[in-house]
Design a protein around this ligand. Structure first.
Ligand code: X2X
Length: 337
């Protein structure tokens, strides 16, 4: 049973007030003390906005809901954190839809190569019917996904040994991809040799040359300091990626409706601010990263898209997701297969 400060004071009357202040505070354990974990560095907007969000939730609920942050894979890799979320060891977790697809297959559909042409198309789909469809699939896995997916961004390919300018440059390219069938399938279809590695191990995998390259949005290349171990950055914009803000369903259902409303509102609000931060960062970071020694190039996306089409990538995934989901994707992305 949890003991709130108010109950302690009511039970012990004036004597409680005589306790040293720090002891009184130590007894002031929040009614709902929840953990939120993620895989990104503290400097990434995900964590600055999450901190504000947790402060706002504490204030709005008069301390009844206290969310502690565990950034930067402190609690383990994405794979570990997903099991912790499912078991209830952590209550909140932000995870790429593509990685979540190991549990909820439909969740990777938003990462289909070259689907969304810009952020307008992304948010129209993800805040609209496609997002609603995915959240309904997530709910079937006993997880609660907040309405507003957080942004990761459009992804770019980096490498330590050569720029990627055309599809042929992908031939045999040893590239790290997150642990997700869609990512592996896409880079195989492009002719590369993808290795599934959790983000927690990416910096060292690049440093020790287990792989030659990786792909991520500029905000991550900068905040995770991948520029220290990568030389080239090819602006492929090959896919968009976002983080579903997930809650363990039992933990979520324990919150009374008024607290659920506050928590959801603050998480979604922080997500919108995080989107704005990431878009701004990604727009300005090329110059900063060039200043740190990265060499940029601008490949033609049409050639890569063609390679994927010829390899049967779109047709394969259309048959996996089914016609209903694919139609929702194409509503925002245009005809793909
Ligand atoms: O693992 C990655 O590359 C990252 C940080 O972008 C995701 O979480 C998908």
């Amino acid at each position: 049973m949890t003991i709130t400060r108010r109950r302690v004071l009511a039970a012990t009357g004036a004597t409680a007030l005589a306790l040293p202040l720090n002891r009184a505070f130590a007894q002031n354990k929040a009614e709902f003390s929840y953990k939120y974990a993620n895989n990104l560095p503290v400097a990434h907007p995900m964590n600055t906005r999450a901190k504000e969000m947790a402060d706002a939730i504490r204030a709005d609920t008069n301390g009844r809901v206290d969310i502690q942050l565990f950034p930067n894979n402190q609690l383990g890799s994405d794979t570990d954190m997903l099991s912790q979320l499912r078991s209830g060891a952590i209550e909140f977790f932000t995870l790429s839809g593509l990685i979540l697809s190991t549990l909820v297959p439909a969740a990777s559909i938003s990462g289909i190569g070259f689907a969304f042409k810009d952020y307008d198309a992304v948010w129209k789909s993800m805040d609209g019917e496609l997002g609603a469809y995915i959240r309904a699939q997530i709910a079937k896995a006993n997880l609660v996904a907040m309405d507003k997916i957080w942004d990761n961004g459009f992804r770019q390919v980096t490498s330590s040994n050569k720029p990627i300018a055309k599809p042929e440059d992908m031939d045999g390219f040893k590239i790290r991809v997150p642990v997700s069938p869609l990512w592996t399938s896409m880079f195989k279809a492009l002719g590369a040799a993808p290795a599934s590695i959790n983000f927690a191990e990416v910096y060292s995998a690049l440093q020790t040359r287990i792989v030659d390259g990786q792909e991520n949005p500029l905000a991550i290349i900068a905040t995770a300091k991948l520029y220290e171990v990568q030389k080239y950055c090819s602006m492929t914009n090959h896919m968009w990626d976002g983080f579903w803000f997930l809650s363990n369903k039992r933990a979520w259902d324990k919150l009374p409706p008024d607290l659920q409303a506050i928590v959801a509102k603050r998480i979604n609000e922080a997500g919108l601010k995080e989107r704005a931060d990431v878009a701004e960062l990604n727009a300005g970071l090329q110059k900063e990263l060039a200043g740190k020694g990265m060499a940029f190039n601008q490949p033609d996306p049409a050639a890569f898209r063609d390679t994927l089409r010829k390899a049967g990538f779109y047709a394969d995934w259309k048959s996996k997701y089914g016609d209903e989901a694919w139609a929702l994707l194409e509503r925002g992305a245009g005809k793909l297969a």
